[in-house]
Write a protein that binds this ligand. Structure first.
Ligand code: HEM
Length: 448
């Protein structure tokens, strides 16, 4: 540093300068790519996902009957949230970060743009085929095919390039978990394409049959999104939260329990599956050491300082979701308990983790920006948790006929959650709309 405190100019030879220029140009392209994925994910989250979910819930509450709306509309909401929002975020973050974290050779950028286009068209066509059954047989099969092809291009791009250093270091456990989650995504897409063609050929409606849908949802939530979040939690959260070193072998046990739970759930052994999923969730909490005294202060610069508390609450929701799953399985036909378990997982765990970790990492991955408003982050997390608590409790009370008044609180919970989700979109879009705080540089290209 110079006496004035500014960095001294560094003189680079021509070759080094051209390598740096290329690296900066690639970093800028990757950031643009990631922002495009994130914005597409936000659009799916807002309209086809959350808005439709709120609409469905208001209709269910006004008729006081869980089965009063079309299963195709419920599935349109679920698919838009799981694949349109969460899936698009995961593909974008995967393209941006996996090759860097694993020090892989760079992939061709066109493959990431092609994946984006196929995926976005696939998820959009699926939503329209469920909502407006106009040529739905073609729409459903086309959508499932596009989603699978998009995934295969993604997989080829980020998984099949050898490490650039030729290093033969063994894979770290978090990478195993991300690989298992990626296989969970592949399994979900294969089930989706099989069921879509089956419906297109033989059925009279685009909705998956109820029992198949339950089994398919276990694979796409517990088999794909949950382990993906665990993998990235194991990679980033010990650093971000100042946690003690990971217990790597216990992490792999958690993955084993969870995978066994998903397989048994798919085979309709719902009670045993629920027990294994609870055991897996409890084991991952022990492995990542969320509730043990920290060794360093959390790195909460540029996010709200409550970030570690909400991560812990989200993992609490994961345990609640799995436990409600056992209860639902023991009761049998229990739409309120199944629905409560599903939203404890999707809103309490998945959405809360994306709100926390997403706002921590996405601004810097998107060209070294800073989060527009950490205070707004706190407000949305409080709203999300309030809406989720109200939703999970009222859904059991109302749908299971335990308390009639709970039908009136369901729409309130939906509007609170909708506000939280809309604020999340506002915070990210405002972040992207502001210029970066530092010019992109290869030295700043870290995924931490
Ligand atoms: C404002 C927030 C939300 C509202 C009002 C809402 C509403 C609903 C409603 C009414 C159902 C029908 C079943 C039931 O009554 O439980 C449903 C199902 C579902 N929701 Fe949500 N939801 C919201 C957020 C989310 C989020 C954030 C996700 C995922 C990230 C999600 C994923 C799902 C899934 C997977 C299903 C099951 C679909 C199926 O049966 O195939 N929801 N939601």
């Amino acid at each position: 540093m110079s006496a004035a405190g500014s960095p001294r100019p560094v003189w680079l030879d021509g070759k080094t300068k051209s390598i740096m220029d290329r690296a900066i140009a690639r970093e800028k392209s990757l950031s643009r790519l990631l922002m495009t994925y994130i914005i597409a994910g936000l659009v799916f989250m807002l309209l086809p996902g959350t808005f439709l979910g709120v609409w469905n819930l208001i209709k269910i509450s006004s008729r006081e009957a869980a089965e009063s709306i079309s299963p195709a509309w419920i599935q349109a909401h679920g698919h838009a949230q799981l694949f349109g929002w969460v899936g698009t975020f995961i593909l974008g973050i995967g393209f941006y970060s996996i090759p860097k974290l694993r020090k892989l050779k760079p992939f061709a950028l066109w493959s990431a743009w092609l994946t984006w286009a196929l995926w976005v068209v696939g998820v959009t066509v699926r939503w329209f085929s469920n909502i407006y059954p106009w040529h739905w047989r073609i729409g459903l099969s086309l959508s499932a095919t596009l989603e699978l092809v998009a995934f295969l291009i993604f997989f080829q791009a980020v998984a099949s390039h050898r490490p650039s250093s030729g290093s033969t270091k063994p894979l770290e456990p978090w990478i195993f978990i991300v690989i298992a989650a990626t296989l969970g995504l592949l399994a979900s897409l294969l089930l989706n394409i099989g069921a879509s063609f089956q419906l297109a050929l033989n059925a009279s409606s685009p909705a998956f049959p109820h029992l198949f849908d339950q089994r398919y949802l276990i694979v796409s939530t517990w088999g794909f999104i949950v382990p993906m979040i665990w993998g990235f939690s194991a990679r980033w959260l010990p650093v971000f939260m100042g946690l003690r070193p990971l217990r790597n072998s216990i992490l792999l046990i958690a993955l084993g329990l969870n995978t066994a739970g998903v397989i048994l759930g798919f085979l309709e052994q719902f009670v045993v599956a629920g027990i294994l999923l609870v055991a897996g969730a409890a084991t991952v909490v022990v492995a990542i050491r969320f509730f043990e005294p920290v060794v360093r202060a959390a790195k909460t610069i540029n996010v709200h300082r409550s970030f570690p508390a909400f991560i812990r609450i989200a993992y609490g929701w994961l345990l609640i979701a799995a436990t409600l799953g056992i209860w639902a399985a023991r009761v049998g036909e229990a739409p309120g308990i199944w629905g409560a378990s599903r939203h404890a997982l999707t809103v309490g765990f998945i959405a809360a983790m994306i709100f926390c970790v997403g706002q921590r990492i996405l601004p810097s991955f998107s060209g070294m920006r800073v989060l527009w408003s950490p205070r707004l982050m706190l407000v949305m997390l409080i709203l999300l948790m309030t809406g989720c608590t109200l939703r999970v409790a009222s859904e059991i009370l109302a749908y299971q006929d335990y308390a009639k008044w709970a039908w009136n609180t369901l729409p309130i919970s939906a509007l609170i959650e909708l506000t939280a989700v809309a604020l999340f979109a506002v915070n990210l879009i405002a972040t992207f709309a502001h210029p970066p705080v530092v010019a992109p540089s290869p030295l700043a290209m870290t995924t931490e």
